[in-house]
Design a protein around this ligand. Structure first.
Ligand SMILES: *[C@@H]1O[C@H](CO)[C@@H](O)[C@H](O)[C@H]1NC(C)=O
Ligand SMILES: *[C@@H]1O[C@H](CO)[C@@H](O)[C@H](O)[C@H]1NC(C)=O
Ligand SMILES: *[C@@H]1O[C@H](CO)[C@@H](O)[C@H](O)[C@H]1NC(C)=O
Ligand SMILES: *[C@@H]1O[C@H](CO)[C@@H](O)[C@H](O)[C@H]1NC(C)=O
Ligand SMILES: [Ca+2]
Ligand SMILES: [Ca+2]
Length: 838
């Protein structure tokens, strides 16, 4: 070995010229000329003086140079290289084995040699540490630390990035080397410095054939992980295998730029170009945290900062035979296919091709039911990293259901994933269709998607391109926009431009020099903040100066002082002098920051609505919904407790409250708590004919224990304003006190507050001030999500949620073409306070 003739590609001869390229610190060094004069001794003295002066000058300049111009900066590079002429031994997986040390020493000196021969690298190299080896023949992973003056930083970066030149500069003949290396690759260290953290840990695990290996953060689950830590788990499998890694539980510090995080790499070196995922915060149990490698190694790192300690994770991994090929040919009238290992994160560095063919007299289309091919930081317009390609068009990012149709009986679909960052991929089906009738019994969007006929001209855009709402004749329940679109009448005057040309909001705005009150009234601008309630709801006096005389509409601090800010409760800013506006704010937040992306449509995820309560009656199952507002109190609707068919529903002993529940079919599931009811208090003014004052509070026999899936919702102050047009969420199993079959999984729907005047007209004068009216925003045609008594919530400042209403009537739930009616929480707030003390 050693000759350059038989070297494989990538190994080149050393370029000797580069060796004498020194580093110039001071060009001034040689610029002084010495003069010859006088006797020898004088010359010596003169020389000595001059040397002394020069040295002083140089030192001074050097000092200045380093101190002020070029304080050296520390840089760390992570890299790996391949040793060609070496056999892998099992002992190389153990970094304390003598075999490891022996090879590490050789690799280290090889790396040092390579650096030494490079003028842009050598002088700044401080230390190189070999961290691991893996098969192939042997891949060595290492990090190198440098101290480099600022003005040389760029050339160091350039030299380290040039993998050709790194090997090129290493002359194998010079020192009779033992190692033949290629593919020397190094990457700048990300934010995590290898600079010694206070706590570091390193583990090396090898998958056992047919077994699952678990590992956890230090101390899990009894104590939180350490601060200022940097931990590595090197995962290995047999040479021809890949790794499947799953985080069974994961709870880290909530995500911020500098928060604790885990990063998983498709390599044993923590280099960004091989990063698979960065995880922080916590994830709902249904979020798929399974990751696949493309080779037989993986690296998991945990980086923690100096504060905030959380439980950490428990993970499992096992080895799989290397995937032979993916894709293939699909025939028949229909069928399904997915990315490899779906719904796990697909492996990196993968290409799959599907050739789909249906019978020659038909055409074929592909419908993506789930599509998650998202790369952090990559615009979906470019799709330069991972993508799906069909007939020359690339698709990436996150999409709701979409269809790609071919005008022939064949389609070729290509899936590509690059070296870094993977997602959960897609689940798709292919269908044959008749070109003359692509959607039998349904409406065909111009994009090829088939939608229910009833969705045509109903005011909602169901086709992504809006083709279902073109050329429509408006019905009686619809408003005709100036641009010809038809929109539900209850969206008129709600401050949202639904028509697109704002024509649904034109007749509702106030004149230029007037102020629009929250109740829609117009008052002259001069009457705003004049201390008088000109609007009638106080909104003209809502946000003026800080401390104001107390009125009906001003927020009252515990001290008795009033402030004029609208909705100051729990908004993260201290508005009251006594900070009482930010007290008791342990409410309205979900525990799981990341929700599942697999549970689609209107199904809720576990922990998504942790205040949702299901009220059961013995022998009848789920009857009504309710909201948890503290450890002991629930809010529900009074009409749930009306006597019916001889049963006294007002008897607390009939009822059981289920908390932390998502699936009615899994009442004894993990996390579910059941509670007996101590008493039920219905509003004394509740009118079972008009459903005015439809509210009740229920006290539990014993307080609940708050968990990740059981949390209270915030109660708004009586002065809280939920503006018309605001998006709200309603949840429930879809059953009503009047009967009907419900869903088994908790349903959710996004709805919007409707203008009270407009709604009152639509519902022929049935609304009272204790009611509010909402219209559905998303969801299917017959989406009936709410149950009586269930919560209507509003997302306020910093994602905190407030209870805005209680499902009351209007078919018990929000439907697409009918407004739903809810009890208005703010107008019943004082009564709740009186009975619960909250
Ligand atoms: C690693 O090697 C050392 C030294 O030979 C030995 O004491 C130790 O048991 C080995 N560890 C494992 C996990 O094999
Ligand atoms: C994630 O995907 C893997 C692989 O398909 C599967 O076995 C696992 O059950 C999934 N986990 C969840 C929470 O869906
Ligand atoms: C592929 O796209 C071209 C236009 O870009 C179109 O003319 C052709 O029909 C498409 N092929 C199929 C099979 O859909
Ligand atoms: C509600 O609609 C009426 C017209 O029907 C309008 O005058 C009023 O300003 C609207 N209210 C709000 C709060 O926008
Ligand atoms: Ca990728
Ligand atoms: Ca509107």
């Amino acid at each position: 070995m050693g000759g350059c003739v038989d070297l494989p590609l990538g190994l080149f001869e050393l370029d000797m010229n580069n060796l004498d390229e020194g580093v110039e610190f001071l060009p001034a060094m040689n610029s002084k000329k010495m003069e010859k004069r006088g006797p020898k001794r004088q010359v010596v003295v003169t020389i000595l003086i001059i040397v002394f002066l020069l040295v002083s000058l140089t030192t001074g300049l050097l000092f200045w140079h380093f101190k002020y111009r070029n304080t050296p900066i520390q840089k760390v590079f992570n890299g790996h290289l391949r040793v060609l002429n070496w056999e892998f031994l099992d002992a190389y997986e153990n970094s304390s084995s003598p075999e490891f040390s022996m090879l590490a020493k050789k690799v280290k000196s090889t790396v040092e040699e390579i650096y030494k021969n490079h003028a842009d690298i050598g002088p700044y190299h401080k230390e190189t540490v070999i961290t691991a080896f893996s098969e192939g023949s042997v891949i060595a992973y290492y990090w190198s630390e440098f101290l480099v003056p600022k003005y040389r930083e760029e050339s160091l970066d350039r030299a380290m990035a040039d993998k050709q030149s790194l090997v090129q500069r290493w002359n194998p003949r010079l020192r009779n080397p033992m190692l033949k290396v290629e593919s020397v690759i190094a990457f700048r260290e990300g934010q995590a410095g290898a600079a010694s953290p206070a706590n570091s840990c390193m583990f090396s695990l090898h998958a056992k054939e047919g077994e699952v290996t678990s590992f956890t953060t230090p101390g899990f689950p009894n104590s939180p992980y350490p601060n200022n830590a940097l931990c590595y788990w090197a995962l290995r499998a047999d040479a021809s295998s890949t790794i499947s890694l799953t985080f069974k539980t994961l709870e880290l510090e909530p995500c911020r730029d500098d928060s604790d995080y885990i990063k998983v790499y498709n390599s044993l070196s923590p280099v960004e170009p091989h990063a698979l995922v960065r995880l922080c915060g916590n994830y709902a149990p249904s979020y798929n945290l399974t990751f696949l490698s493309s080779q037989n190694v993986m690296l998991v790192t945990l980086v923690t900062n100096k504060e905030g300690r959380f439980p950490g994770f428990k993970a499992e991994f096992f080895q799989l035979p290397k995937m032979k090929a993916c894709g293939g040919s699909l025939k028949g009238d229909s069928g399904t296919f997915t990315t490899p290992y779906y719904p796990a994160h697909y492996p990196p560095d993968t290409d799959c091709v599907w050739n789909i063919e249906v019978s020659s007299i038909k055409n074929v289309k592909v419908r993506f039911n789930m599509f998650y091919v998202l790369e952090p930081g990559i615009p979906v317009s470019s799709c330069t990293k991972d993508y799906v390609q069909i007939n020359g068009t690339r698709y990436c990012g996150e999409h709701s259901q979409f269809v790609v149709a071919s005008t022939t009986n064949r389609i070729e679909l290509l899936f590509h994933s690059d070296q870094s960052y993977t997602d959960t991929g897609f689940s798709a089906e292919f269908l044959s269709y008749d070109s003359s009738d692509p959607c039998p019994g349904k409406f065909t969007c111009n994009t090829g998607r088939c939608i229910d006929r009833s969705m045509r001209c109903d005011g909602w855009l169901d086709c992504v391109d809006g083709s279902d709402e073109r050329s429509c004749t408006c019905t009686e329940q619809q408003f005709r926009c100036q641009n010809g679109w038809c929109k539900p009448k209850f969206w008129v005057c709600d401050n949202v431009n639904d028509c697109g040309d704002n024509s649904d909001e034109l007749q509702c705005s106030c004149a230029a020099d007037s102020f629009k009150c929250d109740n829609g009234k117009c008052v002259p601008s001069t009457q705003k903040c004049d201390g008088k309630d000109d609007c009638g709801d106080g909104s003209d006096e809502g946000s003026c100066l800080t401390t104001v005389p107390c009125k009906k509409y001003t927020y009252k601090c515990r001290s008795g002082h009033c402030i004029s800010k609208q909705n100051p409760e729990c908004d993260g800013e201290q508005d009251c002098e006594d900070h009482s506006d930010e007290d008791n704010c342990n409410c309205g937040l979900r525990s799981y920051v990341r929700k599942s992306r697999i549970v689609g449509g209107q199904n809720s995820d576990v922990g998504e609505w942790p205040w949702q309560v299901s009220l059961h009656v013995k022998g009848q199952g789920h009857i009504c919904g309710a909201s948890l507002v503290s450890a002991s109190w629930l809010v529900s609707a009074a009409h749930c407790f009306l006597p019916l068919q001889g049963i006294r529903y007002s008897d607390p002993s009939l009822w059981t409250a289920y908390l932390g529940l998502t699936n009615q079919g899994d009442l004894s599931g993990s996390g579910v708590q059941t509670h007996k009811i101590k008493r039920i208090i219905s509003h004394p003014f509740f009118n079972d004919y008009t459903y005015d004052y439809d509210i009740a509070v229920l006290e539990l026999q014993r307080p609940v224990t708050f968990t990740a899936v059981i949390q209270p919702i915030c109660l708004p102050d009586a002065t809280h304003n939920f503006p018309v047009g605001k998006d709200l969420w309603v949840t429930g199993w879809g059953a009503t006190a009047e009967g009907g079959t419900g869903a088994s999984i908790l349903q959710k729907a996004e709805i919007r507050l409707i203008n009270q005047t407009v709604c009152n007209q639509l519902l022929t004068d049935q609304l009272t001030p204790r009611m509010m009216c909402v219209g559905i925003l998303t969801g299917g045609v017959d989406a009936c999500q709410g149950d009586s008594g269930g919560p209507l919530v509003s997302v306020e400042a910093s994602s905190r949620m407030f209870l805005a209403g209680v499902v009351s009537w209007g078919d018990g739930c929000a439907q697409r073409n009918k407004p739903g009616v809810y009890s208005r929480l703010t107008s019943l707030r004082d009564w709740i306070q009186e009975h619960t003390g909250l």
